[in-house]
Write a protein that binds this ligand. Structure first.
Ligand SMILES: Nc1ncnc2c1ncn2[C@@H]1O[C@H](COP(=O)(O)OP(=O)(O)OP(=O)(O)O)[C@@H](O)[C@H]1O
Ligand SMILES: Nc1ncnc2c1ncn2[C@@H]1O[C@H](COP(=O)(O)OP(=O)(O)OP(=O)(O)O)[C@@H](O)[C@H]1O
Ligand SMILES: [Mg+2]
Ligand SMILES: [Mg+2]
Lengths: 257, 257
């Protein structure tokens, strides 16, 4: 089983879109995929038609002190796409940091839960909230590899430096190395700022940046209205073709599925 | 003095862009503007050339138990734009929720600080992080009026419902009413999903939605590279013209400046 996380403290860079698009491609190939939504705003949960204000049980229950681990197999739920299951988020997740306060020991909750599901899924893909806290820390501790979507615009480069420093910090508390891959998103080849930023990304992080880029594709908005991954709805759109190349790159580097 | 906040738990909808653009217009008119960055990722702080990892003192100091209120006048700092001062964010703000834990009484820290600066500024505009927590709560408690940027795409409508329920919750703990205005952003009239969503927004929230829309304008990316508001750099670009209409609407409804 492979465990990937998609994270960036900057909002609106395509984290949810990346997780959902990759899941669509993997399901198409016959893989069994578990998507995990760690964002209290529940974009991915809502994408598949669930209501983050009422859906239960989900990720939140994992963090309760009285959670019965025997109930874990009931948590992943089927979605409208064959091959994709979802561990949903709920809005109450936003209170977790305050509830935990100074208590430690809650950084490996997701890591332990995901390992127990290893026989049921081929790939787990974790979507992160746009803020550093116990939810993002859990995702970074649970994953084998991290994808960092970065919008191809200038300010995003500065934000990336901060994200990488956060990763260095988290790296120290992990037993294993945390390989990460930078994924340029919302690339618009007609905009000079976008082209310059992509070139700058490649020259600053040559070994970390994927050699492709996800283009701006208005069909993503159409797909999100229908609650189906673009890679399932329009497998040959520009956006889908780019995500297919990214997936190929991820699988080539690893040991395949 | 008017106090506005810009907030939405959804990431990447144009919160920072809205705060910065309005500030540019107000400064052009001769108003004294204070921008407050409550986002630990520090997008607005970085926009003006400060480093959120090292800038101090700023918003974070306000929350320390040992903060000396006499030092408050030193906190706002000049920016490269005449008429705009900034109360910067730092990355340590991300730890605030955990530090506070179950402690109460920190919801009015910003409200008190802003009132003490009333003689120095005409307008205060607060940029929020994309997550509900003590920082967003402080911004909602401190403002007289709230702007909620909403991207014109379908899933954003669902996210807006959740945001409005959060506002209803916060409303109960405020002594004063919290008027809010929905600002359609990233509007692309060539995309069907965008046009349909805008129509849906207007029919669902007729009294809350501003009657304009901020169009997609690639010059925003250019402006952010230079760290200058688009409304200062290219005052007659499509984006600037739209924000000018929004500002006019805000000032007409209030009692002017
Ligand atoms: N390549 C793309 N082309 C066009 N639109 C895109 C693309 N990728 C994402 N989008 C759109 O941009 C918006 C933001 O994407 P998304 O919600 O995936 O970002 P996010 O990083 O998950 O945001 P958040 O920080 O709120 O979690 C969505 O409306 C999505 O449809
Ligand atoms: N009207 C617009 N046209 C084109 N690009 C825009 C527009 N408004 C914002 N952007 C771009 O979209 C991106 C997101 O905007 P911004 O950072 O202001 O959103 P945000 O809601 O503050 O994000 P976060 O949730 O991370 O705080 C930025 O790259 C910005 O330049
Ligand atoms: Mg998301
Ligand atoms: Mg912002």
């Amino acid at each position: 089983m492979k465990v990937w996380a998609v994270s960036n403290q900057k909002g609106g860079v395509g984290k949810t879109t990346t997780a959902v698009s990759l899941a669509g491609l993997l399901a198409n190939r016959g893989s069994r995929v578990l998507l995990v939504d760690m964002d209290p705003h529940g974009s991915m949960t809502a994408y598949f038609g669930f209501d983050p204000e009422s859906v239960s049980p989900g990720v939140y229950e994992l963090f309760r002190d009285d959670f019965d681990a025997a109930r874990l197999p009931e948590l992943p739920r089927d979605t409208r796409v064959d091959g994709i299951s979802l561990l949903p988020a709920c809005t109450a997740l936003a209170t977790l940091d305050r509830q935990l306060g100074a208590r430690h020991g809650k950084g490996l909750v997701l890591h332990r839960a995901v390992r127990q599901l290893a026989d049921r899924f081929d790939v787990v893909c974790i979507d992160c909230p746009p803020m550093l806290g116990v939810l993002m820390i859990n995702a970074l501790a649970a994953c084998d590899e991290l994808l960092v979507p970065v919008q191809t615009e200038f300010l995003a480069l500065k934000g990336l430096e901060r994200m990488i420093r956060t990763l260095d910090m988290v790296q120290k508390s992990r037993a294993r190395e945390l390989p990460y891959r930078i994924v340029p998103t919302l690339f618009d080849r007609r905009t000079r700022a976008s082209v310059d930023t992509l070139r700058e990304l490649r020259s600053r992080y040559p070994d970390r940046v994927w050699d492709g880029a996800i283009p701006v594709d208005t069909q993503f908005r159409e797909a999100s209205r229908l609650g189906v991954p673009l890679t399932v709805l329009h497998p040959w759109s520009r956006g889908s073709q780019a995500y297919r190349k990214l997936l190929q790159n991820l699988l080539d580097d690893g040991d395949g599925l």
